[in-house]
Write a protein that binds this ligand. Structure first.
Ligand SMILES: *Cc1c(COP(=O)(O)O)cnc(C)c1O
Length: 233
């Protein structure tokens, strides 16, 4: 099967192909395709790049930078009230309030100070948004995420004392590594903590992730085309 990444394909064609591949991967895994959510990662793309994807029916998007998301999405939301926007990049504590206001989910909760601030902000804004806890499955020093060995206690703190709406876990495996052990590790932590959500898998490995239980795959380049410059994550 063609991987559909040729530059002469339109964004609509690439989106349709990714959707077909998501559905096929779910069916091969004996899963209901409706249990796999496609997060279209629109970082570095303009509102004009995003509109065709909206018109094709996609409503779930991921952005990795607060500032960029704040510039693009309020206007796009005016024409499509049912958009759901996930933060998939690192969140600084001084942006916690803005993140709660702008996003529908935060996939990168990874430390206590941030968890406490998010709890305060959700109460203050009377807006509870879904959180995924990011796990640094490769224990990479430069990468965000709670260490695998600290995940259980961090999950317990977030759900217990802080009463945050924790819906699942998220990981970004090391580049150029086989992602399967990382997806397995994440799925195991989720299972023993009774967490249903698993955000894992990107353009190069989303089918593998679906086979290993992903409920959210974050796909950028395979939908929007390659990004010009390194996009910081
Ligand atoms: C950029 C990014 C993606 C999408 O990566 P592609 O290879 O373009 O599909 C997924 N997750 C995170 C956290 C990202 O920063």
């Amino acid at each position: 099967m063609s991987r559909g990444l040729r530059e002469n394909h339109s964004t609509e064609e690439r989106l349709a192909l990714v959707r077909r591949r998501v559905n096929a991967a779910a069916e091969r895994a004996g899963r209901d395709p409706a249990t796999v959510n496609l997060v279209a990662v629109s970082k570095t793309k303009t509102a004009d790049d995003i509109r065709p994807v909206l018109h094709a029916g996609q409503r779930l998007f991921g952005e990795n930078r607060m500032q960029e998301a704040a510039e693009k999405w309020p206007l796009l939301r005016r024409s499509h009230a049912d958009i759901s926007l996930h933060l998939i990049g690192p969140l600084q504590t001084n942006k916690a309030a803005a993140a709660v206001a702008l996003f529908d989910a935060i996939e990168t909760l990874d430390r206590e100070k941030l968890a406490r601030l998010l709890a305060v902000e959700m109460a203050r804004q009377n807006k509870r948004i879904a959180c995924f806890i990011q796990v640094n499955t490769g224990a990479e020093p430069q990468k965000a995420g709670v260490a695998p060995g600290a995940a259980d206690s961090f999950i317990a703190l977030c759900r217990g004392e802080l009463d945050l709406p924790i819906v699942g876990l998220m990981c970004i495996p090391p580049v150029n590594a086989d992602p399967r052990p990382h997806f397995d590790l994440l799925a195991g932590i989720a299972r023993r903590n009774d967490l249903a959500g698993l955000s894992m898998g990107m353009s190069n490995d989303f089918e593998v992730a679906i086979r290993q239980g992903a409920t959210h795959v974050r796909v950028g380049a395979a939908i929007f085309g390659e990004r010009a410059a390194p996009a910081g994550g």
